[in-house]
Design a protein. Structure first.
Length: 458
């Protein structure tokens, strides 16, 4: 029988009450009994309750792709007893579980016995421990699509994991890494919570309501990404890194200049021009989404993927200009034939330290550096602001993203503040909606979009 997931009934009532009063509420636990998402997949566990994975609903009007839907299904198709192996994360700081594909002829046990060294990681399971927060991982995925595909955040789904097996994975991790390592310490803190079960102080954030499983977010592990050094300006801590990004980063300095984008970046279709326009767009999008999501640990966690861009003169827009298209994979002969250029496009894959954290982007005043923005990002931001107080939007954030009332209230205020700031700046001529790569490289006369936004997302 298919298992299903929900916020416990009492917590739903609490969420509604706290939201109405504008007061913070404690984290809500999960119960595997009623529907969430579009589908709940049951993952058998011998002798115990099955784990579950939730294929999420999509926000109406969000820019989700067919690949997103496929990735969601693939994530929920991962079964650590049949078609995947799981090994504890023993590097960096987060005590997560990594899912690996099985090489030909291998079994989950054989891969795990080899510490997953000869297998490819396909997904990451993280929960609300250390700096991580499950709603942040889920929230970044959906907010990326709601804002038109900004930041390329990996697809993520709600997942549970058998508690006994999670504890066993923790013991493996702690045996493998020295006690002086930070990852050992974060695993120790998590293990104290997992082994305490019903008596855990953070049980609502970590365990299902029957205390038989942990719950968190399972997200795609990107491939072939690299550290985006151009978006890192140094600094000893999160605050210093944000300040350096604001004050010293050449991309942000250009983003803050008042001249039109056409005066800052040439309109001829060259790799340098396309790269500069993309970096300006990525910088503005980064500031927007991190300001909304209370991101605490961004700088040093920005990556990129190599992407080809080209103008398809055989496929034209209604005004007769060629459509700007992109592809991650082109053969050399296709690059030449299409006149494609290869550039770096931003990927935000580490999105777990947000929502209920310190808003470093807001604290540093990064939004004040935005003098240019993609008109699509701007429009969708204002449209979301107009939708945020509806019951349907509240329900989506609580059910699909696992936001508590306090999370929602904080996000709502961030959105209102940012939408108001950007709309006022646009109306005063201090913000230009000119980071539209399609328009910039079309060869046609540029027409500035209106600062006013009407209608819902499409």
């Amino acid at each position: 029988m298919r298992s299903r997931i929900k916020i416990a009934a009492g917590c739903v009532a609490q969420f509604v009450l706290c939201a109405a009063l504008g007061a913070p509420c404690a984290g809500a636990t999960l119960s595997t009994s009623t529907p969430r998402g579009v589908k709940t997949v049951s993952i058998p566990v011998a002798g115990r309750k099955p784990e579950i994975c939730v294929v999420p609903k999509h926000f109406p009007g969000g820019q989700y792709s067919d690949k997103d839907a496929s990735s969601e299904s693939e994530l929920c198709g991962l079964n650590e007893r049949t078609n995947a192996a799981v090994c504890p994360k023993t590097n960096s700081t987060n005590p997560g579980l990594d899912f690996y594909g099985l090489p030909d002829g291998a079994t989950p046990k054989s891969v795990e016995d080899a510490h997953c060294k000869n297998a490819k990681m396909v997904a990451k399971y993280k929960l609300s421990t250390s700096c991580s927060y499950t709603p942040s991982i889920l929230g970044y995925y959906h907010m990326s699509r709601i804002l038109g595909g900004v930041a390329d955040a990996p697809p993520a789904v709600v997942r549970t994991f058998d508690l006994q097996q999670h504890i066993a994975q923790g013991r493996i991790a702690m045996a493998e890494v020295p006690a002086s390592a930070l990852i050992h310490q974060t695993w120790a803190a998590l293990m104290a919570q997992l082994t305490a079960g019903a008596k855990a102080t953070k049980r609502d954030l970590l365990l299902t309501d029957d205390f038989t499983q942990s719950y968190g977010a399972l997200s795609v592990s990107p491939k072939k990404e690299s550290f985006y050094k151009e978006f890192f300006s140094g600094g000893a801590n999160n605050v210093a890194r944000a300040a350096n990004f604001r004050d010293k980063n050449p991309i942000v300095q250009m983003l803050a200049r008042p001249a039109d984008a056409s005066a800052l970046v040439g309109r001829s279709f060259t790799a340098q021009n396309v790269q500069t326009m993309m970096q300006l767009k990525d910088a503005a999008d980064l500031i927007v989404i991190d300001t909304l999501m209370n991101q605490q640990d961004r700088f040093g966690n920005i990556h990129y993927l190599e992407t080809y861009y080209y103008l398809d003169r055989k496929d034209q827009n209604p005004d007769g200009t060629p459509k700007l298209k992109s592809s991650r994979k082109l053969k050399p002969e296709e690059v030449t034939q299409l006149g494609a250029v290869q550039i770096k496009t931003m990927l935000l894959k580490d999105n777990d330290c947000g929502v209920d954290k310190t808003n470093i982007a807001k604290q540093a005043g990064l939004a004040q550096r935005i003098a240019h923005i993609d008109p699509v990002t701007y429009r969708r931001l204002l449209q979301l602001d107009a939708m945020m107080d509806s019951p349907a939007t509240r329900e989506f954030f609580s059910q699909e993203l696992l936001f508590t009332a306090s999370d929602y209230a904080g996000f709502r205020q961030n959105l209102k503040d940012l939408a108001t700031r950007l709309h006022q700046a646009c109306s005063q001529g201090k913000l230009k909606l000119d980071l539209d790569l399609q328009a910039h490289f079309s060869g046609a006369a540029l027409k500035p979009p209106s600062c006013e936004v009407s209608g819902g997302m499409q």
